[in-house]
Ligand binder design. Sequence first.
Ligand code: DX5
Ligand code: ZN
Length: 225
Amino acid sequence: MVEVSTSILTMDEKDISKTIMNLEIAKTDYFHIDVMDGKFVTKNTYAKMLNYSSYIKRISNLPLDVHLMVEDVQSAVDDFLSLEPNIITFHFESFDNEDKEKNRKDILDMIRYIKDNNCKVGLAIKPNTNLEDIYEFLPYIHMCLIMTVEPGKGGQELITSTLKKIENLKTYIDKNDIDIDIEVDGGINLVTAKDVKKSGANILVSGTAVLMAKDYKVIIDELRK
Ligand code: DX5
Ligand code: ZN
């Protein structure tokens, strides 16, 4: 079953409560929280996304799907754990020490830390990162987030070469009997949704395409079909 996680990155700051309420009425499956630290990516949405998340927690029961685009994963995980999200996803590329063995160990430790704090965990990779680099972590996580745009901002076009990557991931997890969700993120609209679902994605992140729609429910239902 396909789920939709609406990114609130480009939400109009004028009517936040109205937007959140309308997304809840439209039955988005998750709110996708794009946390950017101004270092891992240029934009800094850190304080804003902490704010939005605590507001959503107060007025809605819908789960938070937190996407960390940060260098300091540990502090961001600690900040967002306090909001009891459904899942926290961090980037494989956030662990970029020269010593590959250290990166491997740090990633496994972070996966365990998030799970030990009763939260699901996801691992995200940028468009240019090879799938093979994260195969070893797949048995320990709940979701793999395949970036279909360069992380950093909303409203970009889906990079079509990522479709093959989604297909390869789906083939790999099926072949190895690994039960994880495949989330895709960036440039997902009514046209590209068909391609990514065909490739094997089961959670679609969409920001611009949903937020610009007159009726959120129509577009969310369409994306799910
Ligand atoms: C980009 C974010 C995405 C983005 C999706 O770095 O991770 O979640 O906000 O927005 P659209 O759907 O506008 O590409
Ligand atoms: Zn995102």
